[in-house]
Structure formats: C-alpha cells, structure tokens
Design a protein around this ligand. Structure first.
Ligand SMILES: *Cc1c(COP(=O)(O)O)cnc(C)c1O
Length: 374
C-alpha cells in the first residue's frame, strides 16, 4: 500500500453519532454521507454505522446506488437535484426522492403508476425557505402540497428545508436589519407556516426535518422529527465561533512517510518557481503526497506537518505528487512517519492555510489516498 494514507477512526464516528443522537433525542438522525462520506471513505463508514442510523443522506443518486451496492438496507434520501430521466433509478434501488418541484412530483407519480411494482415510491417534499438552491418557495408551497395527496403512487414520507446560515451564532446581534444574511429562525418560521397545511386539511404530518450541523447546535427548536448532520458527524464544528456543546471529535489522521532526506546548502531554492530559499545549510525532506492527493497547492510555504511529535514548515511550491519540509538540523530520515492532518493538526488549520473551509479540506482528499479503517 502507498505510504501516504488516511486513517479513519470508525469507532470515533460512532461516538460522534451517539453524542448527536443523545443531544437531539427523540429526533431521528440522518447522517449525510455524500462526497465519499466527507472524504472519509463511504465504503468503510456507511456499513459500519448502518445499525446506528435511521436514514442515510446523500447528494446524488449515483451515491445512493453506491450505498445499495455496499449492501446498505436502511432508507436513503437523495437530497440534491434529480433529473426526471433519473427517476427509474429510484424504483430500481428503492431510494427516497427529494421532490423539489411539482413537475418532478407528478413525473414520479406517473412513473410509479406505470411501474409494475406495487410498492409506492417514497418522497420528501423540499421547501425553499431562503437557500435559493432547490425546492419550492414557501410562498408557493400550498399549491405544491395540494398536489401531493393526489399522487397515490407516492408515499409523502417527509418534508424538509435547508438552512443557509445555521452556523452563525448569535443571530440577533449579527443579523441586523441591514444584513443580507437570512436568519435561521425566519427560515424555520416560514417552514412552520407551510406545515399548517397538514393541520388545515387534517392530513397526517410527514416527517419534518430542517437541521444541518449548525442547526443542530444553534436551533434546538428546529430539531423536529429528524436532523441531518454532516460535518459534525465527522467531528468538526461548522463554524469557529460556535459553542462546542456536543462532544464530537475528528476521526481522520492523514499520514505519510519521508521518501527522501538530504542536506541543502545555503542559497539553494526549493521546488518550482523557487519560492523558498535556504538561508543556511538545512535538512530538506520530501513527502510523497501532493496537490493531486488533495494537499492544496495554495498551502505552499504555509502548511506545517508533524514528524516525531514536532511541527515543521512545508517549504517551496507544493507539487502534484510531492512536497518538501524543512527540518533544520534535526535527524529525520527516509521512512520516518509524517502527519499531515490529525494528531495536533486540525482541519481548521489546513483550511486557513489553503484559504478554504474544513468541508473542502476533507472532501478534497482524493481517491488516490487509500483509506484505512480502524
Ligand atoms: C450536506 C447537507 C447537510 C449537512 O450539512 P453540514 O453543514 O455538513 O451538517 C444537511 N442537509 C443537506 C440537504 C445537505 O445537502
């Protein structure tokens, strides 16, 4: 196996899930395992946690099919936009559709009627309360909801919305009248208003869900019937200022090994573009990992790694498959272990070095890096 790999602590993920569940009970929990389980490796993560979850959430129908291929039996919600041409896949693989428009709802019902199977297709209606991504606006939702009881070949199992700014802590002070930020509480109110439809028409209330990680932490009144944790399930908080009120921890350690070790003379510059120059004789070691593995090129001359428990600076342009580290006078040799993430280096730090967020740091670790599940 490659000396560069990602160690994934599955029992930590299970602990995170349990901590979230205890916090939101009696609400159900649908961990989001899209984007290769936020980079953790869906093939290891999903089967391991299956018996502890109520539902799985993914973005793409392709991801849901992959889960079925892994033997997952629990219900799977495809949360992203779906094309009408993809609808037959929902029947074939027993998936839950996000009905984000009347057209999709009606097309699904028609297809279900024509299908030989007697099982109804499960759908969750998607209401857009301020994200402006997919879903029917709350002010047009009544007409949308009215269509659903007539869709006799569908089972409207759920209804949901998605928060745009849930990680913002004190919405009262930060979201002033002049701010463009949509307040989560206003989104929740809009959603609750839509739900009155069911009382008004004495129809059974579908399963209601609103909360991503930020909502789970900041908006307990929005936990409702189910929550959809993503980043928090992976042990990372969705914002820097958010109160750490659920005991979750990261589960990733990105490791490599020194592939080459040499002493460089004063004045010699390192790597493409000569962006770093040795001011004195120093030991430069080469790590067999690069931006093609998801170690962002933008972190050049900013990132740090840990070798023998000590932090060292990355120097010179990060290459596609390799990068260099300045270890000074220390005795670092070929084969020594190098930690790129975890073990004292947080996803937040990598995000800062790369000018991005923790989500992108995790999802960017490429398929070329083997995942080792422990
Ligand atoms: C990705 C996603 C989530 C999870 O978001 P986090 O901020 O990672 O918790 C929840 N709901 C939907 C619809 C999503 O697409």
């Amino acid at each position: 196996m490659r000396p560069t790999y990602l160690e994934v602590n599955l029992s930590q993920l299970k602990k995170n899930l349990e901590a979230i569940r205890a916090h939101v009970a009696p609400a159900k929990v649908m961990p989001m395992v899209k984007a290769n389980a936020y980079g953790h490796g869906i093939e290891g993560v999903a089967p391991f946690i299956e018996s502890y979850v109520d539902y799985f959430g993914v973005a793409l129908v392709e991801e849901a099919i992959q889960l079925r291929g892994l033997g997952i039996k629990k219900p799977i919600l495809v949360a992203g936009g779906t094309f009408i041409e993809q609808l037959p896949l929902f029947f074939k693989h027993d998936l839950t559709l996000t009905a984000s428009s009347s057209d999709l709802l009606i097309a699904a019902d028609q297809l279900a009627r024509e299908a030989s199977t007697r099982k109804r297709l499960k759908v969750h209606l998607k209401i857009d309360t301020g994200m402006e991504r997919v879903g029917v606006h709350e002010y047009e939702a009544e007409e949308f909801l009215q269509k659903s009881p007539a869709c006799r070949h569908l089972e409207v199992e759920g209804i949901y919305t998605h928060l745009a700014n849930s990680e913002i802590l004190d919405s009262d002070s930060k979201l002033s009248a002049t701010s463009k930020l949509v307040d989560s509480r206003i989104q929740l109110e809009r959603f609750q208003e839509v739900l009155r439809f069911y009382e008004k028409h004495s129809l059974p209330m579908p399963m209601r869900h609103v909360c991503n990680s930020g909502g789970i932490l900041n908006l307990p009144e929005a936990h409702l019937d189910m929550v959809r944790p993503g980043v928090l399930f992976y042990g990372v908080y969705p914002g820097r200022e958010i109160e750490k009120k659920i005991d979750v921890k990261p589960a990733l350690t990105w490791k490599s090994k020194v592939a080459y070790s040499k002493v460089t003379l004063s004045g010699r510059s390192v790597s493409y573009g000569s962006l770093w120059q040795a001011e004195a004789r120093t030991r430069i070691v080469t790590i067999p990992c690069g931006y093609a593995d998801g170690y962002f090129r933008r972190m050049t001359n900013q990132a740090r790694v840990i070798i023998h428990g000590k932090s060292y600076p990355q120097v010179g342009r990060i290459c596609m498959d390799q990068f260099m580290v300045n270890v000074g006078d220390d005795d670092v040799q070929v084969g020594d272990e190098v930690i790129l993430l975890g073990g004292g280096i947080t996803a937040e730090e990598l995000a800062d070095w790369a000018g991005t967020n923790e989500y992108e740091v995790m999802t960017n670790i490429s398929a070329r890096v083997p995942r080792v599940f422990i």
